[in-house]
Design a protein around this ligand. Sequence first.
Ligand code: OSB
Ligand code: MG
Length: 366
Amino acid sequence: MKITGIELRRIAMPLVTPFRTSFGVETERDVLLVRVVTPDAEGWAECVAMSEPLYSPEYVDGAADVLRRFLIPALPACPDVHAVGRALRPFKGHRMAKAALETAVLDARLRVAGQSLAAFLGADADRVPCGVSVGIMGSVPDLLDAVEGYVAEGYRRVKLKIEPGWDLAPVRAVRERFGEDLLLQVDANAAYTLADASHLARLDAYGLLLIEQPLAHDDMVQHARLATRITTPICLDESIESAEHAAAAIGLGACSVINVKPGRVGGYLESRRIHDLARASGLAVWCGGMLETGIGRAANLALAALPGFTLPGDTSGSHRYYATDITPPFVLQDGHLPVPTGPGIGVDPVADVLDAVTVSTEWITV
Ligand code: OSB
Ligand code: MG
């Protein structure tokens, strides 16, 4: 499979409602798409880097830069799936950029082979239960209205974004309103320190599935200490950038659950390694999200269908974020989304929608 060239396409996707986390507010998703062109097929992938380096060190202009200057020029002319990772390994970090390039090549290859990403990864489920990530709101009544809407749509699990000053009260209110049976978890995006341990322990009363990334993105040791001081299971997101990090976190006792985001860890192959390791170690994993369009969402659904993904993921329906997606929308059915069955990621962009949201394109001959 000879690569002819690669297109980097920037699109601007307005969000249906602002999404606020402890690190910032998003009103529009600035997305970089990677399209790998070969004589036999095209492969698509979405780079999940955000506009600013607030969730992680990566940001979308940086991802485009490292792709055009270093990663794309390092690709072998006819890469097999594992050759992409090998060729990119000398470049440190930039996992979201690497993930996008590897996934686009993988998509092209699977389309030629006629195999779905889910089948390639070894997934067996044909649909996955879905959770929803609910941003920080201006008031508790606004939050209850938002959660009520998502529960009515059928979401199987609710995740509340928290930060100091927006934690106990919203969690208590949601618990009281929706009862003990609602699967509920929280995500702090690194907004606390170990000095907050006794405050965070007050969340233990609310029967949460887990607390995601309470402490700094680069501090597993403190998470291990926190784990001895609260009973709510700790889930790591930002801290896990590779299977090696996952092994370290498990060894340290820094977490008992892992949020696997393919972009954050450098791709779907690395995601599967983390899945395998966690499964062998008895840890639950679930598939996180980065406000993906249908391109990234389709691939995440394939991953979430692996057997170790035992908790509902942030694999929401397209309309959670976008009024008009660039692919046919993923629509919740009975709280689940179908795992795409077509070759590769199993979806294609809708040309006129894609053109309407495109801000720039850049063609790189390989
Ligand atoms: O921490 O999981 C996170 C979105 C952007 C950056 C980080 C996170 C999130 C989400 C939303 O929580 C997940 C989604 O629904 O795509
Ligand atoms: Mg998170």
